[in-house]
Design a protein around this ligand. Sequence first.
Ligand code: HPA
Length: 265
Amino acid sequence: MQARLPRSPSVSVVLGSGLGQLVDALDDSISVSFDEVPGFVPCSVEGHSGQFVTGRLAGAEVLLQSGRYHSYEGYSAEVIAAPVRVAAALGVRSFVFTNAVGGIRENLVPGDLVLIDDHINATFQSCLPRSESCMSEMRFPYDPMLRSVAKELAVRMDIPLVRGTYAAVLGPAYETAAEIRALEVIGADVVGMSTVLEVGIARALGIPCVAFSMVTNKATGLRTSKLSHNDVIEVGQQAGWRLTALLTELIPRLAKEVSPRRQND
Ligand code: HPA
């Protein structure tokens, strides 16, 4: 990998469904498809092309991961965590995760952007081998300093950014109305099918994380029409520009501000 991507990225950005626009903003980009990485399998989900792209964004060296593995594709937690381990091995000092979600909180509508404050791992899977997962600390999955930089930038750029708790479910079926009611009762604002296992491994490796959700639909129990994966991709593509604009400013800031790797404290 190091030979194919001869760069030292300081920030890794994982792009969710329909949120791949940032790839086009990179200068001097070099891409490596997941199926060229030893041990990796191709991503099978539409809207997730499965590649690493390194390049420069406003002078900052960045590693974009366009596409990711999901439990609902039948992959183990180790496979899902593998791209995070690759980014860590390339030396990234912070992770930015993005994902598409259904909005559970009443006032969330398609196109809204959510800064994830905390999460509920309702996949009931761990991304860590037993030796690493032993008592791994997950009190602060999302770094307070990175979150405050994101909030400050959003205000300055006049981009509405609300805060919320992300619940991750296994999928691939969208939730039942009863499941959405249950998730709401336990404190979830949005629901998706990714991110928490990746954040788990990044935190175990001592790398700070920040994450954003793009609301692509109201959660299934709260809508009357049928939801399809194409709807999710379409909204991501239409409304993703605001998240892309925010990330374009955020990444160079993180590249400057995040100090060499911290341990999971
Ligand atoms: N549920 C789970 N995952 C999702 C949804 C949803 O409603 N929308 C986008 N990803």
